[in-house]
Design a binder for this molecule. Structure first.
Ligand code: ZN
Length: 268
């Protein structure tokens, strides 16, 4: 495939519009619709895995609402994984890897996608900055505010989100998202469907384009519900055991039930 592909060889990135799935372009345009208020200008980015193991991610500077195949680049993940794993990698070295050698660059947030695809088991990823959510990621209580779901559909669609405190975009943010996804998978037994980035935005992970769109939309709804609830009184989150059951974690429910029994508490 490498022999026949057009596009100029750069670091880990090539511009190959023919390889960009139409479904990715369509998803990107829908998420970029100004009416959805998920992004403005060139904010946000989307990605998906290709059958050959590489992935396609939005190019730097491209607008989501005007996306077409030329606004994406193809990334070879192995070189980026090596860069992430090497504690001596500099931001300049990363920037060189993200250029295609002909003036096209992958988004500086490509490492967030790499984290979700390589360490989070995702096939599709959408990173956006929804106004309704970013507001609630920019307060001192943000982490606690998002720690437990408030309504059943939030628990079902989002599960418990992973949390990443504000980190400078680029290498540092990529490493922080990898660490958060790994830590989450260790404690929860599965990767997150949603990663919240403090003072920044959200990352939706899914097996399909529809899944990442659903996670994004539900996260915005969950933010609006929080805003309404906070204006009316104190939050009353769902019971964690019930929330875990809704999120499809019968093993977790059973474990907590056994713990409660062992502690002499009520067995539900
Ligand atoms: Zn961002």
């Amino acid at each position: 495939m490498t022999m026949t592909e057009p596009g100029t060889r750069g670091g880990a990135v090539r511009s190959v519009p023919d390889l960009v799935p139409e479904e990715l372009v369509a998803l990107t345009r829908r998420l970029g619709d100004p009416a959805a208020d998920l992004v403005v200008l060139a904010e946000g980015n989307t990605s998906t895995r290709l059958p050959d193991g590489r992935f396609v991610v939005k190019a730097s500077g491209a607008r989501m609402d005007q996306a077409d195949a030329s606004g994406f680049v193809v990334v070879e993940p192995s070189e980026l994984v090596r860069a992430l794993d090497n504690p001596h990698t500099t931001q300049d070295e990363l920037s060189a890897l993200l250029a295609d050698g002909a003036g096209r660059r992958a988004s500086i947030e490509t490492l967030v996608h790499l984290a979700a695809l390589e360490y989070g088991g995702a096939e599709w990823v959408a990173h956006t900055h929804p106004t309704a959510v970013v507001g609630l990621l920019s307060i001192e209580e943000a982490e606690a505010l998002w720690n437990a779901p408030l309504f059943p559909d939030e628990a079902v669609v989002l599960g418990r989100p992973a949390w990443v405190p504000y980190t400078e975009p680029g290498l540092a943010l990529g490493r922080a998202v990898v660490a958060a996804i790994r830590g989450y998978a260790e404690t929860e037994g599965q990767p997150p469907r949603l990663v919240l980035l403090g003072n920044h935005g959200i990352v939706a992970l899914g097996r399909t384009a529809a899944e990442v769109e659903a996670v994004t939309t539900m996260c915005v709804k969950a933010a609006r519900v929080r805003s309404v609830a906070l204006g009316a009184g104190r939050l009353a989150p769902l019971d964690p055991v019930h929330a875990a059951a809704l999120a499809g974690r019968p093993d977790e429910v059973e474990r907590r039930r056994l713990l409660r029994r062992a502690a002499g508490g009520e067995a539900r």
